[in-house]
Design a protein around this ligand. Structure first.
Ligand code: OGA
Ligand code: MN
Length: 203
């Protein structure tokens, strides 16, 4: 893990962004996928909202996923493993790059077939504490023609296309990369997280 942390830290230091295949092992992916399916069957996934309450009317044109937040005090064993990985990466990023990330908020997201998330920054509205965005994909046997790519828009080169294949992980500086999720022909599952700095008094 620490070798992997080093690679992720190096890539983020150089480019602000990291994309890697086979970052999480198959057993963990299967367990997390089982968990999000269980939560969906229990109707715990709810339509995602964007930003502050006053701007929520336009949500459905912007994003079509349903989410459920991880409760840090009630994690299942797979979630404990995932959070341990994320926390060790957060420690490595803090140590090497002084990003000052104090915790990580995470949610599962399920995009039904045809759903998308239009170009956005992860730092907007009440999300200005976010420093690093993370996405772990949980989809078995994803084919290129099924779509659902994450497009990361770079200022100095062509946009990067990431298929939501299980085991693939993406990390990027939340304030720097506009990105979007393209529609897919099948449901699309991910665990998404944001490393956050601590709010200043009054924030
Ligand atoms: C998000 C997001 C990307 C993805 O939830 O903010 O951009 O690939 N997700 O699921
Ligand atoms: Mn995003």
């Amino acid at each position: 893990m620490s070798f992997l942390n080093d690679r992720i830290v190096e890539s983020i230091a150089k480019t602000g962004c990291y994309v890697g295949a086979s970052v999480i092992d198959a057993a963990l992916v299967i367990a997390l996928r089982g968990r999000v399916r269980f939560l969906q069957a229990r109707h715990s996934l709810i339509a995602a909202q964007v930003g502050r309450a006053t701007t929520r009317s336009s949500t459905t044109e912007l994003r079509g996923d349903s989410i459920t937040w991880l409760d840090q005090d009630a994690l299942d064993p797979a979630e404990v493993r995932a959070m341990a990985m994320i926390d060790s990466l957060r420690g490595a990023l803090n140590e090497a790059l002084y990003i000052g990330a104090m915790d990580t908020e995470c949610h599962y997201a399920r995009y039904p077939a045809g759903a998308f998330y239009k170009t956005h920054l992860d730092r907007f509205g009440n999300h200005d504490l976010r420093i690093v965005s993370l996405v772990f994909y949980l989809n078995a046997g994803w084919q290129d023609h099924q779509g659902g790519e994450l497009l990361i828009h770079h200022s100095d080169r062509e946009s990067e296309r990431v298929l939501p294949r299980c085991g693939t992980m993406v990390a990027f500086l939340s304030a720097q990369f506009p990105h979007e999720v393209l529609p897919a022909t099948r449901p699309r599952l991910a665990l998404t997280g944001w490393m956050r700095r601590r709010a200043l008094v009054g924030q």
